[in-house]
Design a protein around this ligand. Structure first.
Ligand code: DLZ
Length: 203
């Protein structure tokens, strides 16, 4: 451990991650959008690398990091409610087929291009940069606890994709757009793989 060959960051998962059946939500901020946008792109590229279909990735934006947990929870809950309604409608279709003999499948055949069902994982993406007041500390604390709660309360793994940086340069380095020769590492990629790995977690 230590020295030049020390690999800081996450090691590849020991098993193959196949995200082809997954539906993923990304919620990101418009605050610090020049740094957030490459992070979102990094997360999307990573999801695609693990087989998630573009039509199964939903991207929504909110003003700032403080809004991330509430928005993620609302969208996850909506997706869960929609699938409950869909199942109820399909059961209703099937029951009316058996009683009236008419052809069923109205709700089965009215599928859109994306996967039906709730989100399998969510990624909340934002960038907090420390200013001269206590704002940073309050928001970072609220957002990190909020995102953790969304995951635990909804049962949908929710990835903490929020950079909490002391300087602009730190944030840019972590979005892979550093100003120097070394552009840094885009953490969005790690958040995409974390979402796929957590969505696929089984006993
Ligand atoms: C107010 C504020 C400040 C000072 N800094 C940031 C920031 O660095 N990153 C970010 O995403 N949002 C920031 N915000 C906005 C808050 O997150 C939030 O949008 C507002 O307080 C409205 O609730």
């Amino acid at each position: 451990m230590g020295g030049d060959d020390f690999h800081k960051g996450v090691k590849e998962a020991p098993h193959k991650l196949d995200g082809s059946s997954l539906k993923i939500l990304i919620v990101h901020t418009r605050w610090n959008h020049e740094i957030v946008d490459p992070l979102v792109q990094g997360a999307i590229s990573s999801l695609q690398k693990y087989g998630v279909q573009t039509s199964n990735i939903t991207v929504r934006d909110v003003p700032g990091a403080y809004e991330l947990p509430g928005a993620a929870q609302k969208l996850i809950r909506q997706s869960q409610q929609q699938s409950t309604n869909l199942v109820a409608n399909i059961v209703e279709d099937l029951l009316s087929t058996t009683t009236t003999g008419s052809s069923a499948g109205q709700h089965l055949s009215s599928k859109g291009s994306g996967k039906q069902g709730p989100f399998d994982a969510a990624i909340c993406i934002g960038v907090l940069i420390k200013g001269s007041t206590m704002h940073f500390e309050y928001i970072a604390d609220a957002v990190s606890h909020g995102i953790m709660r969304v995951g635990l309360d909804t049962g949908v793994p929710t990835v903490f994709g929020v950079l909490t940086c002391l300087t602009d340069e730190q944030a840019m380095q972590r979005a892979g757009i550093g100003r120097g020769e070394d552009k840094g590492h885009n953490h969005g990629g790690d958040w995409g793989s974390a979402a796929v790995e957590m969505a696929l977690l089984r006993i």
